[in-house]
Design a protein around this ligand. Structure first.
Ligand SMILES: [Zn+2]
Length: 211
């Protein structure tokens, strides 16, 4: 029996989603709600099935303004393949399953507090940037663009312009304040308001040698 159910008494009704009642700011819950809304509203992101995207965070000690704020880890190889041959060996990616037993095809990870300490617009466009990396086929691979770098295409500026346009589109669709509100606060403000910031950390998936 979990501690949560032990605390429940017959006269004390608990809402089905007890996570919202736990003290502290649940980063994963809020980020998922935002992503759900983004992919529901913005047509160009509708291929993203958030029920198969795991959300995670990593802690970073250095609060420098440079470096990564977020990342998207694909759980499949090029073209959505389960295996890849490298140096004569066959490799697969460690599988990851969600609470309902569904296999996750991507891990969307945020580096905290670094991510939370950016401005509102920058945080929102960072989320859009990572979601835009999801393959249009939603096959566990990333979107492959022509050019020097298949992730960002021939020019990072073009990729950023696309992300900017999608971010504008979302804001123009007038998303509910409650969904985006947390992006207006930085890490310290969120911690001060809620007591603490917590969430789920998912270890990076390992490459596994297939016999
Ligand atoms: Zn990127």
């Amino acid at each position: 029996m979990s501690s949560a159910s032990q605390q429940r008494s017959p006269g004390n009704r608990t809402r089905p989603d007890s996570r919202i009642q736990r003290a502290g700011f649940d980063f994963n819950f809020h980020m998922r709600r935002l992503c759900d809304d983004l992919v529901a509203r913005v047509e160009q992101l509708r291929h993203v099935d958030m029920t198969r995207v795991a959300i995670s965070f990593s802690q970073t000690r250095k609060a420098t303004p440079y470096g990564m704020y977020a990342s998207l880890t694909p759980m499949r190889f090029a073209g959505g393949r389960m295996h890849a041959i490298r140096r004569g060996q066959k490799w697969g990616v460690q599988r990851l399953y969600g609470d309902g037993g569904r296999e996750m095809l991507y891990i969307l990870n945020f580096y905290l507090p670094r991510f939370l300490d950016r401005g509102f617009r920058e945080k929102l466009s960072t989320v859009v940037h990572e979601l835009w990396h999801v393959s249009p086929e939603f096959n566990g691979d990333t979107r492959r663009l022509g050019g020097r770098c298949h992730a960002h295409g021939s020019s990072q500026a073009k990729y950023d312009a696309q992300v900017d346009a999608l971010t504008d589109r979302y804001l123009a669709l007038d998303p509910p304040g409650a969904v985006c509100e947390f992006l207006r606060l930085d890490y310290r403000q969120l911690a001060a308001r809620h007591g603490r910031v917590f969430g789920r950390k998912i270890p990076a998936p390992k490459l596994i040698r297939v016999a």
